[in-house]
Design a protein around this ligand. Structure first.
Ligand SMILES: CCCCCCCCCCCCC/C=C/[C@@H](O)[C@H](COP(=O)(O)O)NC(=O)CCCCC
Ligand SMILES: Nc1ncnc2c1ncn2[C@@H]1O[C@H](COP(=O)(O)OP(=O)(O)O)[C@@H](O)[C@H]1O
Ligand SMILES: [Ca+2]
Length: 552
């Protein structure tokens, strides 16, 4: 019998797999509790009661006669046995959490005593889903068919498209035909107003294409000059979903906690939203690129350049080139100037991690977006704040900037484990020249619990902005720096090295997996410039509570 008490929208006795359940729906929760013969407390029977938050219901559908056998013979028997209307069962598809942050689409079929009640349930659940407001209805999908193991198209067709269809999401799918196809389409051709989001099927390089297209388009639409490093960029309105189908898939891993296409598709369907910082990389007032994960000069730059020539090896190219570059053991000379982030919560040596609903991101995001940017711009530095800039100079094996943890299967805790997705800062990691043995110790610590920064030759700073200048000949255009303060920091170092042919080694930057040929760069963090269909990595304890609160 149906009841409508207090906060509940519906409360009915329905059956699941031929067993009687008390099923209730509130604005936030769908719960089904097994009816016990006597009200005995069963502390060790959590399966007696299941709940799913309405925000994690994927869809609800009335069972058709021909579909019903797929679920349980029980409801067919009930129908046949009692001669009832065939439309008296409905199926709810919902998110179920598995191990290692993976999500699955689970289903439960409820059999109602009559068709009217069945329709009322279906309608009521649909109304609750429609009221959520954050779910995408129409998506623009770009598939890189050659990324990773070249499985992008198949992954999308087999694992993602059926889920989107089930959730009632319509799509416009473009399989890219050449590098930068997606970027250029987004820049000029795509009718973005039609869509509620963009989906990227590929790796970090493909994601990079998408953000370059979207950020550029947003700046053009808002008359912002992307070539000026001093301009405050306009945040992109469309959310981006990542279906991992690349080689490293670091951005997906660090924002979801797993590289799993189904999990990512479900985060898109439920309409998650995760803001993310973006670094702009400039050289002589020209925009070179944007970066959201790793900007690495030296070791990671060299690994990338070397691996690009070995794309035929697939993802294994990084292991091969990584070993080669470790053995090569090149060091580089230069200077890094940086603006330490001020007035923020958190440091790169924190033990706490950026997780779903991160308070550090919320606090620092407010500092940088609502109250205006707290750090000094290059102009104000000249006039008043010389001491704000710090510098490090000498010989380095690697200079890395991690705007997020850069967690990925190679290093599940990440390049900078305490970095934040949306706090308006990047962690600048400087690895000074050291022995091979010591560098190996540093690298190995990325894969263990030991602190990779707790070594004499490694320093890490949380910054809003930094510049790098390699040691090289003055005639090089990289040294054609106009600002006086830059000459102060870098001048003596460059003068040390006369124009000659015996220069030191030069590396290139690894910018989210794309090679940047310019060594001298000016990097600025733009707080929460883009949004993903993600929610950050969930704390493991949240899983049990949300999935099954009745079990406690
Ligand atoms: C002896 C044990 C050594 C362990 C070293 C662990 C350190 C690995 C850090 C990896 C950081 C990865 C940051 C992400 C970079 C990606 O954007 C980039 C491109 O990805 P994709 O487009 O999907 O191919 N990947 C890389 O640059 C690979 C770096 C691998 C270095 C070994
Ligand atoms: N159709 C295509 N043909 C060739 N290259 C492409 C195509 N579509 C995208 N790309 C490029 O492929 C590169 C690698 O893509 P990505 O999806 O990141 O795979 P991986 O992780 O294996 O590097 C990116 O630089 C992207 O610009
Ligand atoms: Ca950050």
């Amino acid at each position: 019998m149906e009841k409508r008490p207090g906060r509940l929208l519906l409360l009915s006795d329905l059956s699941v797999r031929n067993t009687a359940y008390e099923v209730s729906l509130s604005r936030s929760l769908l719960t089904w509790k097994k009816r016990l013969p006597s009200p005995v407390y069963h502390p060790f029977k959590p399966s007696m009661c299941r709940s799913v938050t309405v925000s994690e219901i994927i869809c609800v559908r009335e069972e058709e006669e021909e579909n019903s056998s797929r679920d349980e013979g029980s409801w067919r028997k009930i129908r046949e046995g009692h001669g009832r209307d065939c439309r008296q069962a409905f199926t709810v598809s919902y998110v179920e959490r598995g191990r290692n942050h993976r999500w699955r689409c689970a289903e439960v079929t409820f059999v109602c005593p009559d068709a009217v009640l069945c329709q009322r349930w279906v309608q009521c659940i649909r109304e609750q889903l429609a009221a959520l407001g954050c779910r995408p209805k129409h998506l623009l999908v770009y598939i890189n068919p050659v990324g990773g193991k070249k499985r992008g198209k198949r992954i999308y067709e087999q694992k993602v498209a059926p889920l989107f269809a089930r959730a009632g999401i319509t799509t416009h799918v473009i399989v890219t035909e050449y590098a930068n196809h997606a970027r250029d389409h987004l820049r000029t051709d795509a009718e973005l107003k039609q869509f509620d989001g963009v989906v990227c099927v590929g790796g970090d390089g493909m994601f990079s294409e998408i953000i370059h297209g979207l950020i550029w388009r947003t700046q053009m639409d808002s008359a912002v000059n992307p070539n000026s490093p001093e301009e405050a960029l306009q945040a992109c309105p469309l959310r981006i979903g990542i279906i991992p189908a690349g080689s490293t898939d670091c951005i997906c891993f660090a924002t979801v906690g797993a590289n799993d296409p189904v999990t990512s598709a479900l985060h898109i369907i439920v309409g998650d939203s995760q803001p993310m910082d973006v670094c702009s990389v400039h050289h002589n007032n020209t925009l070179l690129r944007y970066s959201v994960s790793l900007l690495g000069y030296g070791f990671f730059g060299d690994v990338l350049s070397d691996s690009e020539r070995k794309r035929w090896m697939g993802p294994a190219r990084y292991d091969f080139s990584g070993l080669k570059m470790f053995l090569t053991h090149h060091y580089y000379e230069g200077a890094v100037a940086y603006l330490p982030a001020k007035g923020i919560m958190g440091t790169p040596r924190d033990k706490t991690r950026c997780r779903t609903g991160c308070v550090v991101c919320e606090h620092n995001g407010k500092v940088f977006t609502e109250k205006g940017e707290k750090y000094k711009s290059a102009e104000s530095f000249d006039a008043e704040g010389e001491e704000e800039w710090q510098s490090v100079r000498g010989k380095f094996l690697a200079i890395n900037a991690a705007s997020m943890s850069c967690a990925c299967p190679r290093t599940p805790k990440g390049l900078s484990p305490a970095a934040h997705l949306a706090d308006g800062t990047t962690d600048l990691i400087v690895v000074r020249k050291c022995s091979r043995f010591n560098f190996l110790r540093h690298l190995i610590r990325h894969t263990s619990k030991d602190d990779q920064f707790d070594l004499g030759f490694v320093e890490v700073h949380r910054v809003n902005r930094f510049r790098f200048l390699p040691r090289q000949c003055q005639s090089d255009s990289d040294l054609n720096l106009r600002d006086a303060h830059k000459r102060q920091i870098f001048g003596p170092l460059c003068r040390d090295h006369p124009a000659c042919s015996c220069g030191p080694h030069y590396s290139s930057w690894n910018c989210d997996g794309e090679v940047l040929k310019h060594a001298a760069i000016d990097v600025r963090v733009h707080c929460q410039l883009i949004k993903l269909f993600a929610r950050g990595i969930e704390e493991t304890t949240v899983f049990e509570e949300v999935t099954n609160p009745c079990a406690i």
